[in-house]
Design a protein. Structure first.
Length: 66
């Protein structure tokens, strides 16, 4: 299991990717996260990545996943 935290305070560049005033995690960041998780699991590529919904980042505090 991998965990991570994203916030506009610690990753201010995320605020540059907004839609209708809401900061969204760019698709390229999902790809980077998938590659990092695969690397930790011993996989060297991502064959397919489908995003069903955007990840809206909170204005304050971190988005945590596990």
């Amino acid at each position: 299991m991998l965990t991570g935290r994203l916030s506009l305070r610690t990753h201010p560049w995320l605020a540059e990717h907004t839609v209708l005033g809401r900061a969204l995690l760019p698709a390229s960041a999902f790809a980077e996260l998938a590659l990092r998780a695969g690397d930790a699991a011993g996989c060297d590529r991502v064959a397919e990545l489908t995003l069903e919904a955007p990840l809206v980042l909170p204005e304050r505090g971190p988005y945590s996943s596990s």
